[in-house]
Design a protein around this ligand. Sequence first.
Ligand SMILES: [Zn+2]
Length: 336
Amino acid sequence: MIWDIHVHVAGVGRRNNGNYLSPQFQRSVACRLFLRNLGLTADLFNDEGVDDHIGRLIVSQINASGLDRAVLLAFDAAHQDDGTRDEQRTLMVTDNDFVAGLAATSGKTLFGASVHPYRRDALEELERLIKKGACLVKWLPSAQNIQPDQPRCFPFYDLLAKHNVPLLSHTGAEHTLKAFPDSLSDPRRLAPALERGVTVIAAHCGTSLFLHEKSYFKAWQEMALRHENLYGDISAFGVVTRIWRLGTLLRSPALAAKCLFGSDFPVPPWPLSCLGKISMNETLAIRRTRNFFDQSVALMKAAGVTDEIFARAGQLLRLPGRSSTPPLLAMGKVAA
Ligand SMILES: [Zn+2]
């Protein structure tokens, strides 16, 4: 089984569906890459049906790929310390109900919710979305203004732990959606969540993208070995500065046992930058792969990522309808 736990969805919100992309973000390189990966241009943003169109394209690429399951991620707004929405510094919102609806259109896609813990209705909203089928909750602290070690987050952690919902939280430097300091995405800030029993998946294992940036990779490694319930995803590892970190992870059985696969769609993998780790023939074959998700999987397989890493999410995510009784027996359709 191949699970991709890190697929971003975005929309403009023309039909007031709660989605939002700030004008600043619409002009960014990241946004242009997002559109290019879907074969679109920015003209589409004026179209009424733009969000449904983008959503359908993402799901059809997933359906056409070799992935077995993919988690589509919602993205909550930045909030101020007083719990109100920070309209000024919000770069993107991808609405929870929009993503839940999209995820329901395919047997391969799952709903990843995003709820800001400072919201006054954070706990009610989290309960509502868990009932709606959220398989995890996604945060990007340096984009949303979340300080994960603040005691105000603790009731949120207790609710996640109660329902066995993992927290996928970005760790390390952020480039695309940066509005607040990167220090918010220090994995050590996630210690209170771990201590309260939450399964935490540190996106990118605390790595940085550029050499001059502060890397939290060492901090993540130490924590992953100490906390049974801390994991990391290898999303966006298909670039020269991160592919070498993968070697460190794969050489250590204890760390490899903590890794999950994520593509970080639409952030493109750069197969050529992984030359040396991967042979020229493999690199060229991967570059020719048209489907984004297949390309991302092929690159990680060539770099040595194991079947266990691709399959691990199946044991960690909260899967709606998961039961200790086989489903057919539970429905009374199979004679005892
Ligand atoms: Zn991401």
